[in-house]
Design a protein around this ligand. Structure first.
Ligand code: F6P
Length: 323
């Protein structure tokens, strides 16, 4: 076991379904290998205030199926300061915490990197519904969120067809259109609008709707990522230009909740366990990621410097299949 005895785990940033499965995997794998495990509540804010509890096998019982995070999460302004990081290190020392597993996004990894500079062994794990973490192909919560959106699309499509209407659906993704593009393909959207790509409302939205109507379509779906926004205005514009009754739906935080899918539970379990294996192998300051379909770990600064761009083949596929 070397000099590693006590491992803490926290969830940070926006919650995501599957975070509980990840916490469970970290805690159970840690206990399996003989480490003592600490749960830090409310992210870095809880670390600053000593909101920390010893975790046992039962602490993580009956949570694998639950959305949200039992550890809760928060955004901490104090932790973003040099003094805040130093204070957090003092609290960690009081609890004899040698290592910390941080489940969250790029912003949370920056906090982890700052702790690492002060000597904490840190491991990051990707948890966000947006799939916008540069170093990884997959993030915990992404699959569940997309299935929630798809369920909404199918329901909206029922009523949209009945009334021969157009629906504009705004989905989450402040900076990333991964949910939008995949749900556009899976839900059969006429148009998908993403923060990564410039768009021309007449060419990219109105034209496919009119073309579709001329080919006999009975309803129309436009998906707008939150980062682009303006779903209500886009709906008004469509109605003005086409005379098709158009309704906007903003799905909002419903996408962040709910019971995690099988994929999210399994990926969270695998990555959580892997995080402990990385520490056990003596590696530290790494981010657990999926690359080429395999679970790997990447040095934290290298991971933070990586760039991820939208898969334009997916965007093109959504256009072709909208015909
Ligand atoms: O978790 C990611 C995300 O859902 C973004 O898509 C969204 O912009 C953001 O969180 C909203 O988070 P909050 O309402 O917690 O500020």
């Amino acid at each position: 076991m070397g000099d590693l005895k006590r491992i803490g785990v926290l969830t940070s940033g926006g919650d995501a379904p599957g975070m509980n499965a990840a916490v469970r995997a970290v805690v159970r794998t840690g206990i399996y290998y003989g480490y003592s495990m600490l749960g830090v509540h409310k992210g870095y804010e809880g670390l600053l205030h000593g909101d920390i509890e010893e975790m046992n096998l039962r602490s993580v019982g009956d949570i694998i199926q639950r959305g949200g995070t039992v550890l809760q999460t928060a955004r901490s302004a104090e932790f973003a300061t040099e003094a805040g990081v130093a204070k957090a290190m003092n609290i960690a020392a009081i609890y004899e915490m040698d290592a910390l597993v941080v489940i969250g996004g790029d912003g949370s990894y920056r906090g982890a990197r700052d702790l690492a500079k002060h000597g904490m062994k840190v491991i990051g794990m990707p948890g966000t519904i947006d799939n916008d973490i540069s170093c990884t192909e997959y993030t915990i919560g992404y699959d569940t969120a997309m299935n929630t959106v798809l369920d909404a699309i199918d329901k909206i499509r029922d009523t949209s067809y009945s009334h021969e209407r157009c629906s504009v659906l705004e989905v989450m993704g402040r900076k990333a259109g991964w949910i939008a593009v995949n749900c556009g393909i899976a839900g059969g959207a006429e148009a998908v609008v993403l923060p990564e790509n410039a768009f021309d409302i007449d060419q990219d939205i109105i034209k496919p709707i009119i073309d579709g109507r001329n080919r006999g379509k009975k309803h129309y779906l436009v998906i707008v990522a939150e980062g682009v926004g303006g779903a209500v205005d886009i709906a008004k514009y469509i109605e003005e230009k086409t005379d098709i009754v158009t309704r906007a739906t903003i799905l909002g935080h419903i996408q962040r909740g709910g019971s995690p899918t099988l994929l999210d539970r399994v990926m969270a379990s695998r990555m959580g366990s892997y995080a402990v294996e990385v520490l056990r192998a003596g590696r530290e300051n790494r981010i657990v990621a999926v690359q080429g379909g395999k679970i790997v770990d990447i040095e934290i600064t290298e991971a933070l410097n990586m760039k991820k761009s939208m898969d334009q083949d997916l965007v093109e596929l959504s256009r072709i299949l909208a015909l």
